[in-house]
Structure formats: structure tokens, C-alpha cells
Design a protein around this ligand. Structure first.
Ligand code: BYC
Ligand code: FE
Ligand code: FE
Length: 475
């Protein structure tokens, strides 16, 4: 079978011999990486997966029970919008680019490689989770997220191969060599080297880290480099499901937590096989603060250059009326000479912070919905997002100590309170204790409620995973 049959695509792959040749070489290395670093233990099993087969509004998603090794990772670009012009930055009003301008080659490559690197990283972080899945429904959702992150890597590797020549092909190879959490060859961005080996972390990751993905991708959908804009537009359609997995996952955890908190005379859900609400808050604090770092420095020359060069815009740039941002300023509050002060910086230099603002507003909406769930159980406990300065390791607040409310503190006081705010290794171990697989259709682990409905019209007790061997080692 020709490679183009193995790789569903709408980029006329079979007509481009050079691209075909490059990807034919890269594909075996990818499959080897998937075997070594992808989901562990489900190679022979039939998983009810959605596969992207075209970008048409009607027919892009196809559902079937498939083996992950037979999954067909495809390359899709959203259709070009006729007459579309560059929307923002110094090139606003000009025609979109179908080739990489020489002067922006380095910047564009860096953006694409950074985006690409997160995709396999997340798959590596989630590699062991299947063996502790709280249900077949959740197992299927995990594996769906994993194959789609694999496809996102394909999307970026396609750009590297088609538009960046030899260095692009080298970067594509290196993407399969870095490893999440490896001290010698770590993944590029901080959060993608964190451990995600329990399901509460997974649901926080898909809520907060995939949400960074949504905002970063959204800011690339207006790129003047049209192939990047069209690739990220299609990736965003898949991202919506990852965010659903995260938000609904935490919501179901909260339902069990809240019910068991009510039941226990001392309000300790953990005595009934559920997770304490305070623990959920500490996991939230950890993942959310780590994800704020993913937006980069508050005051960033890189960010200004990306905007000026019409490579990376704001979220929903089309909703703004002014797309140059030359004479505007942005005020940032941070520690200057020992006290919190407000500094005015040129707007273009604050583009990372502007995107972080949009992200924070979105996270606030999510927490509001979670709190409505807790309130519906008659409890007064409420989750809260910590302040943007809390627990940061990148940017102007890095290495300083602030309470979750944003008040400056001395490092010793912070240390004594650390485990009021962030999970301790003991707390992590207690969550790990709960992680036991449930592989009977329609059954769910004690720490998570069943979903209200299943996937694509199927019931929650549908057989989302059919084990090849009924005595599955993990079952
Ligand atoms: N960790 O001026 P700055 C997703 C580096 S998630 C480590 O702020 P810039 C997904 C920075 O690289 C979306 N290093 O940089 C989710 C730079 O290094 P060099 C991923 C960091 O460029 C779930 C230096 O600090 N996509 O898709 O303005 C599952 C100076 O910083 C970090 C993208 O991020 C950090 N957190 O901003 C699967 C889009 N932050 O070059 C997938 C592409 C900063 O000086 N990337 N640094 O050595 C970008 O747009 C930008 O690179 C960043 C950083 C927003 C990340
Ligand atoms: Fe992704
Ligand atoms: Fe994602």
C-alpha cells in the first residue's frame, strides 16, 4: 500500500514526491516512538476511537473499534478562506504567505517546534494512566486524547518537512528524541516535564494545560503563514474534546467528593473512597500555576517580534478593531525594588500577558461551573484560582514567594505553608492509592461519578474498549 493510503490527508501528499519521501522516512521512527513511549499495554485491544478522515463539517470524524497500532494519523489543513488578508501586525492588509519568508524563518521554526514538542510530551506524561483507568469510558477518552496529540505532532511535522528543508527534517527527528522529565533531554516547556501519573492530575492537565493549547493555537490561527494558520484551525476542533475530558472529569470527581463530604460526620470524603475537596484545591493550585508559566514572560521581546511580524496574534484577533498596537501601553504589577509597583510597558511587549489574561478569564468560568456543582450538594466549600503571581517559575514573578491571594511573603513563611497550598508527596501517594483499574462496562471507581451520558450517543456502559484477551493483564 502506498504511504498516502496510510496517511489520510487533504494536502495532496501523493503529488509531492519530496514530502512523501521525507515522511516515509519519519513514519517508522514515529511508530517506534509510539510503541516505546505511547500508551502502555493496549496494543491488541479494540478501542472505540474517532479518526479524522476529512475536514468537511459533516464527515470529518469517523467512529469505530480500532487497534491503536492501526490508527491512521492524518494530515489535514482547514480550507483556505478566499480573499483572506493578513489581519494584524506590520504586514496587516497584505496577502497571506504560502512560503516562509527568509527573514522570519528562524522565528517561525521556533514557534512550530515549541508547539510540536508539547504534543508527544503529553503522550509520554500519560503513558501509564491506562493501567489505572477508573472505567472503560475514561480509558477510551484517554486513548482518544493520546492519538489526537499524536496527530497534532504529525500536523507540525508536516509543516517542518514541507517548508523548512533539511533543518525542518532534523527538528522533526529531534522531536522524537526528547523525553518528558528526562534531565538530559527534557521537553522544551516546563509543565510538559511534570509527572501526570494519577487521574486527578490528568483531569487537571486536560483542563488547564490543554486550555493553554487552545489559546496558543488560537493565536496562531491568524498567522500570515497560511499553512500554519490552516493547520492550527483544524487542531482546535480536536482540542475541544480534550477540554471536555478535563472539565467533566474534575466535575465528576467533585460530585463524589461532595456527596461523601456530606455523608462523613467530619466532612472527610477520603474516608469513603473519594477525594477530599481540599486535595482537589491543592492539585488545582499546582497545575494552574504551572500552566500560567506556559504563556512565557510578561515582558517579552520575542512576543513583540511575533506580533510585529504577523506570525502570532491575540486570541480572536478579529474581534478587536485595532491591529497594530503601536502607541498603546499595558500596566503590569510586579515587585520592583522591594515593593509591588505598576509598570507601563509597550503593548506589543505584553502580548504574552494579554493572552494569559484571556486564559485566566476562561479558567474563571470553568471554576464557576465546578463551584455550582459543589453548591448543588448544599456545601459552602468553594474552589478558587490562585493569584497569577503564586508559585511561578517563569517571568517576572519567578523565584518570589506569594500567597494564593497574591500577597508577598518571605520564603520561610512560604515554606511552612507550602503544603496547605500544594500537594505534598504524602498526599500524592494517597491519591495514587486510589488508582485501581475498573474494566467492567458501566462500572466506575469509588472516587469518580459516572458521566451523565456517553460518547457520540452511546451509553456510559457501552463497551468502549474490547480487550483482545479477556484475562487482560491489567484487568
Ligand atoms: N518553560 O520571551 P519569552 C499544547 C522560554 S500547549 C520553559 O517569554 P516567548 C498542548 C522561552 O522559550 C501550547 N521555557 O518567550 C497542551 C524563551 O527561551 P529561549 C504549546 C520557557 O517565546 C496539552 C525564554 O524562556 N504551544 O499545545 O515569548 C497537551 C524567554 O521567554 C517557558 C505554544 O507554546 C516555559 N513555561 O514565549 C498537548 C506555542 N516560557 O528561546 C499539547 C508556541 C518561556 O530564550 N510557543 N520559556 O531559550 C510560543 O508561542 C512561545 O515560545 C511561548 C514562550 C509562549 C512558549
Ligand atoms: Fe495537541
Ligand atoms: Fe490537546
Amino acid at each position: 500500500m502506498a504511504l498516502s493510503d496510510h496517511i489520510p490527508n487533504n494536502v495532496d501528499l501523493s503529488a509531492d514526491r519530496k514530502l512523501m519521501k521525507g515522511l516515509t522516512r519519519w513514519q517508522p521512527a514515529y511508530l517506534e516512538w509510539w510503541r516505546d513511549m505511547g500508551p502502555s499495554g493496549f496494543d491488541e485491544d479494540l478501542i472505540w476511537l474517532r479518526t479524522a478522515v476529512s475536514v468537511n463539517a459533516k464527515g470529518w470524524a469517523h467512529y469505530d473499534h480500532v487497534r491503536m497500532k492501526d490508527y491512521r494519523w492524518g494530515i489535514f489543513l482547514s480550507a483556505p478562506a478566499p480573499e483572506e488578508k493578513i489581519l494584524f501586525g506590520d504586514h496587516a492588509g497584505g496577502s497571506l504567505w504560502n512560503e516562509v519568508p527568509g527573514e522570519y524563518r528562524g522565528m517561525l521554526r521556533r514557534l512550530i517546534v515549541t508547539q510540536a514538542d508539547t504534543e508527544p510530551a503529553s503522550v509520554e506524561q500519560q503513558r501509564q494512566l491506562g493501567s489505572a483507568a477508573p472505567s472503560l469510558y475514561d480509558l477510551r477518552n484517554l486513548l482518544q486524547v493520546n492519538v489526537e496529540e499524536g496527530r497534532h505532532l504529525w500536523a507540525m511535522v508536516h509543516l517542518l518537512h514541507q517548508y523548512f528543508g533539511k533543518d525542518g527534517r532534523e527538528e522533526a527527528e529531534t522531536l522524537l528524541l526528547r523525553r518528558s522529565g528526562n534531565p538530559d533531554r527534557p521537553r522544551i516547556l516546563s509543565t510538559f516535564n511534570q509527572r501526570t501519573d494519577d487521574w486527578l492530575s490528568f483531569f487537571m492537565f486536560t483542563t488547564f494545560t490543554d486550555r493553554d493549547g487552545k489559546y496558543q493555537l488560537s493565536s496562531l490561527t491568524n498567522s500570515a503563514f497560511s499553512p500554519l494558520a490552516r493547520a492550527t484551525r483544524f487542531m482546535l476542533t480536536e482540542e475541544a474534546f480534550h477540554l471536555f475530558v478535563g472539565e467533566s472529569g474534575v466535575d465528576r470527581v467533585l460530585r463524589r467528593s461532595a456527596a461523601m463530604t456530606r455523608k462523613d460526620p467530619n466532612g472527610e470524603a477520603s474516608r469513603h473512597g473519594a477525594i477530599n475537596l481540599e486535595t482537589v484545591q491543592r492539585y488545582l493550585n499546582f497545575w494552574y500555576s504551572s500552566c500560567l508559566d506556559l504563556f512565557g514572560a510578561e515582558i517579552s521581546g520575542n512576543a513583540a517580534d511575533y506580533f510585529a511580524s504577523s506570525l502570532k496574534s491575540r486570541h480572536r484577533e478579529d474581534r478587536y478593531s485595532e491591529h497594530q498596537l503601536l502607541d498603546q501601553e499595558y500596566s503590569i504589577e510586579h515587585m520592583l525594588e522591594g515593593s509591588l509597583q505598576t509598570q507601563e510597558v509597550p503593548m506589543r511587549c505584553a502580548m504574552n500577558e494579554v493572552l494569559r489574561d484571556e486564559y485566566i478569564r476562561d479558567c474563571e468560568r470553568v471554576v464557576k461551573r465546578w463551584n455550582a456543582t459543589i453548591a448543588s450538594f448544599g456545601l459552602t466549600f468553594r474552589l478558587q484560582l490562585p493569584h497569577r503571581r503564586f508559585n511561578r517559575v517563569q517571568g517576572i514573578h519567578a523565584g518570589q514567594c506569594y500567597s494564593p491571594e497574591g500577597a508577598p511573603m518571605d520564603p520561610d513563611t512560604f515554606d511552612t505553608r507550602r503544603h496547605d497550598w500544594l500537594p505534598s508527596s504524602r498526599e500524592r501517594a494517597s491519591i495514587q492509592e486510589l488508582m485501581r483499574p475498573i474494566y467492567t462496562p458501566g462500572e466506575f471507581a469509588s472516587w469518580i461519578a459516572a458521566p451523565q451520558k456517553g460518547i457520540k450517543g452511546r451509553a456510559p456502559d457501552f463497551e468502549y474498549v474490547r480487550f483482545a484477551d479477556p484475562h487482560h493483564p491489567a484487568a
